[in-house]
Design a binder for this molecule. Structure first.
Ligand SMILES: [Zn+2]
Length: 416
């Protein structure tokens, strides 16, 4: 849109209020709303219910008031049920880490329980059983799962199947291991939260991961096993102490909590802001059978175009700008196209082009009444093949120093 024009009008009318609004807008588009203005989230997690967690790790974490997630096998907690119950009472979270810890048969110790020889239903039965046994032993039902060895599949070759859909339906979150990046709270699949190793590392090794997460507003999940002074597969106690002090310094802006707590927060916060944040992602058929190409899930490309959260639309749409969506068309056929837009009467009337693969649709941007008035109408029909297609909306003609329209949504509805 000619936001300059509109912005100036509002500025004249409202004075300083308009400036405040601009800051509000920028905050919404770039930063995830972590609680109390924190810069990042951090979860500490420990796998396999090692004895050293009870003896050394948990007392140390308790000293710093840090609550962690422990991914356990029922067989491993059985010997120390009282101590694990105390850990739960102190605020630590218990997660599911399967019944017998299947991993790739490339690990010699896992050859007789190789995940390549598993099927989805065997895995599902064992995860249900692990949840039941943990509930019976410790009185809590896990909301979170850690993929043993970080492996998110069962089977081999053409029979390989992903565990992710099942974990997504059974748990609030699934955590990986050995990943190379922290999770972006706007983007991350909660069934594939990334996990980065903290075993056998000094605080100096860990600090760059934290600094990167602070800078990018991410959720860093650290993965350890034993908690000891030294040794293999161990998170070192001196590293944990330095980390604890660093977390507790308010100047560092870290929200530290168990994985389930942060996953729940991310889920709720994302739902609350989803219709005011531009987060380009694959468009799939919605529950009412429509393909909704919104300003929130599209990507603005060009010199001027901007997503405007207060209008939930793309504006600043010059002749060199366009919006692009990645779309998964579930079934081929003719689709009716609906456009939701606004434009001032003076700038209405320019030709637009909707391009979907080798198909295209042209039309004229009709008057909507004003930049502030959005209208929705059918702009024609377009045939689409099933499968992936990139859909573009852009001006069909060149024009100088004017705007095409403000674009809120293109909706595709199958007609036959
Ligand atoms: Zn493990």
């Amino acid at each position: 849109m000619k936001q300059i024009k509109k912005g100036l009008q509002i500025l004249f009318a409202l004075g300083i209020l308009c400036v405040a609004n601009i800051f509000h807008l920028e905050a919404q588009t770039s930063k995830f709303p972590w609680p109390e203005g924190k810069k990042m989230a951090l979860s500490l997690s420990f796998d396999d219910a090692r004895k050293s967690n009870l003896e050394l790790g948990i007392p140390l974490l308790n000293n710093y008031g840090i609550k962690a997630t422990f991914f356990v096998l029922p067989s491993a907690v059985q010997a120390n049920i009282g101590a694990w119950k105390e850990a739960i009472a102190a605020g630590h979270e218990i997660g599911n880490h399967s019944i017998i810890h299947p991993c790739s048969g490339n690990f010699p110790w896992a050859r007789d329980k190789a995940i390549e020889n598993y099927t989805l239903d065997r895995m599902q039965n064992e995860l249900i059983l692990a949840n039941e046994q943990i509930r019976d032993l410790l009185g809590v039902t896990p909301l979170v799962y850690a993929y043993p060895c970080g492996q998110t599949f069962v089977g081999k070759g053409e029979f390989t199947q992903s565990l992710v859909p099942m974990v997504s339906s059974m748990f609030l979150a699934g955590r990986g291991a050995g990943n190379e990046v922290a999770s972006d709270p706007f983007f991350v699949d909660l069934a594939q939260v990334t996990g980065m190793g903290m075993d056998e590392k000094s605080f100096k090794d860990i600090l760059p991961l934290i600094e990167s997460a602070q800078k990018n507003g991410q959720w860093l999940v650290l993965v350890g096993h034993d908690t000891k002074e030294s040794g293999s597969q161990a998170t070192y106690l001196n590293m944990l102490s330095e980390l604890g002090a660093y977390i507790n310094d308010p100047a560092n802006g870290i929200w530290s909590a168990p994985i389930g707590t942060i996953a729940q927060y991310v889920k709720s916060a994302r739902e609350a802001v989803s219709d005011t944040v531009n987060n380009p992602q694959l468009v799939r058929i919605s529950s009412n059978g429509q393909l909704r190409l919104t300003a929130e899930n599209g990507k603005g490309i060009g010199p001027e175009i901007k997503y405007m959260p207060d209008w939930r639309a793309f504006g600043w749409f010059t002749s060199k700008d366009k919006v692009v969506w990645d779309v998964d068309v579930p079934s081929g056929g003719v689709y009716e196209v609906w456009l939701e837009w606004s434009v001032s009467d003076e700038e209405a009337g320019k030709e637009f082009l909707l391009q979907a693969g080798d198909q295209s649709l042209k039309g004229i941007v009709d008057k909507s009444g004003s930049w502030e008035t959005f209208k929705k109408k059918s702009i024609g029909k377009i045939p689409l093949k099933s499968g992936y297609v990139q859909i573009e909306f852009k001006p069909a003609v060149h024009f100088e120093e004017e705007a095409l329209l403000d674009l809120k949504e293109i909706t595709l509805k199958k007609v036959d």
